[in-house]
Design a protein around this ligand. Structure first.
Ligand code: DGJ
Length: 727
């Protein structure tokens, strides 16, 4: 059970009453001390404490750290908040100014808010914590309010600060990568100095670095042991995470909106609310930490995260911009025959005066190109209906091209600094629309609204974004608002997405941004899933999906079978390996099926059936237990997905090295019920493959998890999928 307890330490004189607030989830306690007239203090974040234990932290000599340190007094320390008062004073001196209040959210979650006020200036800072029923996530964020009569300037406005007591061997896990190389894992010991993880793209905030980090307190992070803290900043714009190891006893972790080149003018009476930081704690390693984020992601952060996702064919790698009616019809009929459920028409379907034949024109001109599609979208929808599948469509609403009707009529809608020539991106002509402008917000909403209301049978949108903010400046914002551009762009997008979701709650929307540029809990609430990467190479996908799975559930991970040679890496991976990897996420296809050989077609059809009928619910709605990591160079990578009641599991085994004669480890499964009896059956088998000796035999969960199974080493690029079913 999650609970928030506050207890007054009654022995103290009334004026000095200290309130110990114990914010608990099943696996964690976050303990703060609210002492009226003093700064709010953080005492503890770790495994769950009883209220009595929380109350005895001070007796044990545990020092408190300011929960939300502000710049001013002792300015040499890192701080979460920094501002300038109207009279030029740059200091803050915050103290708890009232009682903590708790309220219940619609989903049964509990929110606790503790107010602080500056001792002299009319600035109020409220610190909030939120828990979710049955979940192991604690969110925290700040609200900064100007109670005065003149504007104040916020110069740093982090979401949260977490003091992490030094343990002697503390590690940081962060994620980095770029286009076609997303979510690489970086593990490093935390040493003296400051480590910064940040994004400045303006839109695609999980290219370059990622807004999530893990701090491991017991040395190098491990899957099944050790104390670990996971943190995910829920923000779709530019962010900055930093961890400062100063000469004190602590590593100081800060996370928030990136304020390097931003500031915010807070008007009288206005409240600035920071995005939340989601925290989870596990004392049994990374696996449990990831499962906490996955469960919360499915239950509370993804749109419809608890419903199975369809198996789809996306047209991009199959035809690129060569969209036309016969090609689309052929693809629809092929994916339907294969047993798929949805077809998505990617880029290239729109443009009238300017045609979208390559990436240099027509973004913003969202009219169907009837030279390519004479019967329009309705023609395609009818075709989808004939094939008994659903229809989806690609759009890139935040962008235009300098070759477009939109830009010709509204050059003032683009992001551009005054007195500068705009910088153009993809195709030499791509421009970013200025979402801080309400007219641009309306334009964007109307575009999506028109599409979805005119064609109510559109079941899925692939929402792309293929450029960063390339020149800092808004033609809409006033001179003094220019430093607020990133923040206002993000708020503009949020408001458009809110309007879309209010009207179309159930249309599936995929967050794509040059591949995996929008894998972030700030953007996901409006989206059902994300496109993990434009790199569909199965071998590299194992690593990318491994990294992505640290925080994000399999149901959200678009994972498609594509052709060989792979379009990005040119690797020649067997079809079975490609389909097995695709099955570890939300499986789909990214190819022109008409070019498949008969054998490949037949193999894919049975693979798809096997995923749809058996594997999908376990992978998409079950719990992931990662096994041998592809990062550990042990020759294989393994993972077990287990149904919530542990009655079924799917075990994936991938060879990851190519050398002959390399001895591979015997592998064990994870997450099963040790007392239950299971039967193992190979799935997605190669035609003519022989039964392995252990197939059809009975094993206890315990023996599968301790002795494991001896899987033949096979050859380069071998892979296996086993169904482990309780009897
Ligand atoms: C980038 C995406 O990541 C691709 O999947 C594809 O949709 C292209 N954009 C289309 O331009």
């Amino acid at each position: 059970m999650h609970r928030i307890s506050t207890l007054l330490l009654a022995l103290l004189p009334l004026a000095m009453q200290a309130e110990i607030i114990n914010i608990t989830t099943p696996a964690s306690s976050y303990v703060i001390e609210a002492n009226e007239g003093k700064p709010l203090q953080t005492l503890y974040y770790g495994s769950p404490l009883s209220d009595a234990e929380a109350a005895s932290l001070r007796d044990a000599g545990i020092p408190g750290r300011d929960t939300y340190p502000a710049f001013g007094n002792w300015p040499e320390n890192e701080t979460a908040l920094s501002l300038t008062h109207p009279d030029g004073n740059m200091t803050l001196d915050l103290a708890v100014s009232g009682n903590a209040s708790t309220r219940t959210a619609k989903d049964g979650g509990r929110i606790i808010s503790i107010p602080m006020r500056d001792r002299h200036y009319p600035v109020e800072v409220t610190i909030n914590f939120r828990t979710y029923p049955g979940n192991d996530i604690t969110e925290t964020w700040a609200e900064i309010r100007n109670d005065g009569r003149k504007p104040i300037t916020l110069r740093r406005f982090d979401s949260a600060y977490l003091p992490v007591r030094r343990q002697g061997d503390t590690w940081l896990t962060s994620f980095y990568g770029g286009w076609a190389n997303e979510a690489r894992i970086n593990n490093e010991p935390l040493t003296a100095g400051t480590k910064v993880i940040r994004n400045t793209d303006g839109l695609r905030n999980s290219h370059t670095e990622h807004a999530e980090a893990i701090i491991s307190l017991d040395g190098r992070p491990a899957e099944d042991h050790g104390r670990v803290i996971g943190a995910a900043l829920e923000y779709g714009g530019n962010y900055k995470l930093r961890i400062d190891t100063d000469p004190s006893d602590f590593h100081h972790f800060f996370a928030g909106i990136n304020s390097d080149d931003a500031s915010y003018r807070l008007k009288p009476g206005e409240t600035f609310t920071t995005p939340p930081l989601a925290l989870a704690y596990s004392d049994t390693g990374l696996g449990a930490l990831s499962r906490s984020f996955h469960k919360w992601g499915r239950e509370h952060r993804l749109n419809n995260g608890d419903k199975l996702h369809p198996i789809l064919l996306n047209s991009w790698e199959g035809v690129y911009f060569n969209i036309d009616e016969p090609a689309m019809a052929g693809m629809m009929s092929d994916i339907a025959k294969l047993g798929g459920e949805l077809f998505v028409m990617d880029d290239g379907w729109f443009g009238d005066r300017y045609q979208r034949n390559t990436d240099n024109a027509a973004l913003g001109d969202w009219t169907v190109d009837t030279r390519k599609l004479p019967n329009g979208i309705n023609g395609l929808i009818n075709e989808a209906k004939k094939n008994n599948i659903k229809f989806g469509i690609w759009i890139e609403p935040e962008m235009t091209n300098s070759i477009s009707r939109l830009y010709e009529t509204h050059p003032e809608y683009i992001i551009k600094a005054a007195n500068r020539t705009p910088i153009e991106g993809r195709g030499g002509t791509q421009l970013v629309l200025d979402l801080s402008n309400p007219k641009v917000q309306d334009l964007m909403f109307n575009m999506v609204d028109t599409l979805l209301s005119k064609y109510p049978d559109i079941a899925y949108i692939k929402w792309d974004a293929n450029a960063p903010v390339m020149q800092y400046g808004s033609q809409y914002l006033s001179a003094e608002q220019q430093p607020e551009l990133d923040i206002r762009m993000w708020r503009g997008l949020e408001s458009v997405l809110n309007r879309i979701r209010a009207k179309y709650p159930d249309v599936m929307i995929q967050a794509c941004a040059s591949g995996g540029g929008r894998v972030n809990y700030g953007i996901l609430p409006w989206f059902d899933e994300f496109w993990t990467s434009d790199n569909t190479d199965a071998r590299q996908r194992i690593n990318m999906q491994w990294g992505t799975s640290m925080f994000f559930p399999a149901i959200a991970m678009g994972s498609h079978v594509s052709v060989v040679p792979n379009h990005t890496t040119h690797a020649m991976t067997p079809l079975k390996y490609r389909t097995d990897v695709a099955m570890t996420g939300r499986m789909g296809f990214e190819m022109q099926p008409s070019r498949m050989s008969k054998e490949d077609y037949a193999f894919s059809a049975q693979a798809l059936k096997c995923y749809r009928d058996t594997i999908r619910p376990i992978v998409q709605l079950g719990d992931l237990y990662r096994g041998i990591s592809p990062y550990d160079n042990r020759g294989v990578a393994t993972m077990t997905y287990v149904s919530p009641d542990k009655s079924e599991a799917v075990y994936f085994w991938f060879r990851t090295d190519t050398s002959y004669g390399n001895r591979l480890p015997r592998v064990t499964m994870k997450g099963l019920d040790p007392e239950a009896t299971y039967v193992v059956t190979e799935m997605n088998r190669l035609p003519g493959s022989k039964n392995l000796p252990f197939e059809g035999k009975r094993f206890t969960g315990k023996s599968l998890m301790t002795i494991g199974l001896e899987i033949p080493a096979g050859t380069n690029y071998d892979s296996r999928v086993f169904l482990i079913r309780g009897v």
